[in-house]
Design a protein around this ligand. Sequence first.
Ligand code: MN
Ligand code: MN
Length: 455
Amino acid sequence: MENEHVYALVSEEEKREIEEVANNYVEFLSNNKTERECVEYFVEALKERGFKEEEKDKGFFIYKNKFLACWRMGSKALTEGLRIIVSHIDTPRLDLKLHPLFEDMDLTFLKTHYYGGIKKYHWVAMPLALHGVVVKKDGTLIKIVLGEREEDPVFTICDLLPHLSRKKQEDKKLAEAIPAENLNILFGGIPLEKKGKGKKEEKDRVKKRILKLLKEHYDIDEADFVSAEIFAVPAGRARFVGLDKAFVGGYGQDDRVCSFASFEAFLAVERPHYTTLVLFMDREEIGSEGNTSAKSRIFERLIYQLIKAQHLSPTPDIFFEIMHHTKALSADVTAGIDPNYLEVHDKLNDAKVGYGVVISRYTGHGGKYMANEAHAEYVSYLRDIFDKAGVVYQVCSMGKVDEGGGGTVSKYFASYGMDIVDIGPPLLSMHSPFEILHKGDLFMTYKAFKVFLET
Ligand code: MN
Ligand code: MN
């Protein structure tokens, strides 16, 4: 069995499509860096195309501004099942702590608490932007995006110079070299003017001036940070990478590449046979906890809403009947083989970059712990529809068995009885501030999702 490179199999016409999809994707990735921003972007695009909130045939449903579902009724009855694609729109990042602001040596910093699986050394000595919201006590929501425009300042976490870091960093394990409590963002350095000569030295004058600026520009007090969600993310746009521009490099491609591709595929399939439902989940990176996550029961509530809209009785019988006939894709990225670290990969079973979208039959770790494994029958179904449509794909696992592993949302959806499998493009530098995706794999991900929704 020999796989082939995407570029050896696509037509000239498809090569043009690859460029178009990649350009749109770079734009999307550059402008949407948080789950709230993604929800807002998708909702805007849905409204432009005539979708209405909770409308039965062409609708969408938002929960807490962080979870989004959109659907299109098919020509077949709901009880014949759905075609679902679920991805996640949260990404590893640095959250500001609840009481973030402090001053030391006339420098003001913001303390952070990392979210998701990061390598801490990735986050120092690079430009960062702040994205998020502050909700004041009266309910006023203030949006913040600072560090993305040319005229904005950026922020950074300072690293120790090599001249002084031998014992502190070089002699330590990589994971211990930069403690989480040192991930403090440099936020200001100009002290508040003293009031009159000979006055007693005031404490924390830089911090006081920063607080004054926050009040002037955003109407935020120091206490408002406790009801804020502000994330530090890598500043700047996604870019093409390589002399031949083979790759897209950028932050948050896990899993915004699948969110983007599933959304575009959803829009493209205007008259589906089966009802199509595309879901964008939150909190995947920390184990799907909380009421906007895959572990919450928001999905059940949504299905019952769809059942009621079709004038069916909202009973568990109907719910499980629908689930039994439902086919789903857990759209998420996987690791591409990095030739510089072949020792962690199984060349025969891992995903090759540029060889198309990856069906990951199971994830988990060790002896398939915590894994949802797709049944042979379901993988056979997908092979058939993908082959017929000319989707370039590979069926893989991730890494050598004892090297590590990971999980996705698929197991939570599988618990309802639907068939579901993990699928998405392979990435290099996954979970880093600059993840790498092959644009051929991006296109085949989009194509696979489209074929799945229209079949
Ligand atoms: Mn993911
Ligand atoms: Mn992830």
